[in-house]
Design a binder for this molecule. Structure first.
Ligand SMILES: [Zn+2]
Ligand SMILES: [Zn+2]
Length: 136
């Protein structure tokens, strides 16, 4: 594991951030809410300690909602281009979840957990080599 700094941002480039070191977890979430907020089959995230992450430029808009497991989550996105960039979670206040597709270089990313596989799209194949959780 390296201490290299990973950089990323939104599509239009107004939001820029950096994350130092390695993420605590990398996961794919198949919950219905992530399907809505990502406009896709799942969301691809890397969880970092908040102290590892620094917002370099831009100001994010946010939207708070209750998750299926009744925690308050807040999605942070670019008000200009709409790209979702980060997510904060009331039950894990020290962590920030970064949308992995927003990193400039995603070659290091490898998911180790699938969550909410009960609600995944039927055509999504699960990797049997990673941990697969039917719910959270
Ligand atoms: Zn943007
Ligand atoms: Zn989710």
């Amino acid at each position: 594991m390296s201490d290299e700094t990973k950089t990323g941002g939104c599509l239009c480039g107004k939001i820029r951030y950096e994350a130092s070191g390695e993420p605590a977890h990398t996961m794919l979430c198949h919950c219905k809410i992530c399907q809505k907020t990502s406009g896709s089959a799942l969301s691809t995230v890397a969880l970092f300690q908040k102290t590892q992450v620094k917002l370099l430029s831009g100001e994010m808009s946010s939207y708070a909602y209750q998750s299926d497991s009744d925690n308050t989550l807040e999605i942070n996105f670019c008000p200009t281009c709409g790209s979702p960039v980060m997510l904060t979670m009331s039950h894990m206040p020290d962590l920030v979840s970064i949308k992995a597709g927003s990193f400039d270089d995603t070659s290091w990313y490898k998911p180790t957990v699938n969550i909410w596989t009960d609600s995944r799209q039927p055509w999504v194949k699960l990797d049997p080599e990673v941990t697969n959780l039917p719910q959270q």
